[in-house]
Ligand binder design. Structure first.
Ligand SMILES: [Zn+2]
Length: 128
């Protein structure tokens, strides 16, 4: 697999929901921040972790979903949104363009720094 292809290959994650036990505490790097995470529900990145959790509770419910992190604002999206983001990245890459923002909030999140916020609050120079 070429590196170019790997960059836009689909990436899958797993949602696991326990029915009767609590999910053991996992290292933060094994689950996905910003997705639901509690004693009975978790989203994990690796199939091996999924298998371990299913060994703990064989009756647990689980699903596989495509997931993607926006390269600009680092927000994770899942399912059809992830698929659409991947397709946009593929098209942009083919045209040699930078990938577009994932949403209306993308730019704000990546671009509005503390410095910019201070500038918004700063008194305006009198017009001449
Ligand atoms: Zn984004």
């Amino acid at each position: 697999m070429s590196k170019e292809y790997a960059l836009t290959a689909p990436y899958y994650v797993y949602r696991i929901a326990f029915r009767s036990l609590d999910i053991p505490k996992l290292r933060a790097s094994h689950w996905i921040p910003s997705f639901p995470h509690n004693a009975r529900e978790i989203w994990v990145k690796q199939r091996q972790i999924r298998d371990l959790l299913l060994a703990i509770e064989p009756g647990a419910q689980w699903e596989k979903h495509e997931a993607r992190m926006c390269p600009q604002c680092h927000r994770w999206v899942v399912g059809i949104q992830a698929q659409m983001m991947r397709e946009r990245e593929q098209r942009a890459r083919l045209k040699g363009e930078a990938s577009s923002p994932c949403s209306d909030y993308c730019e704000a999140r990546s671009g509005l720094t503390l410095k910019n916020l201070r500038r918004l609050l700063a008194p305006k120079a009198p017009e001449s």
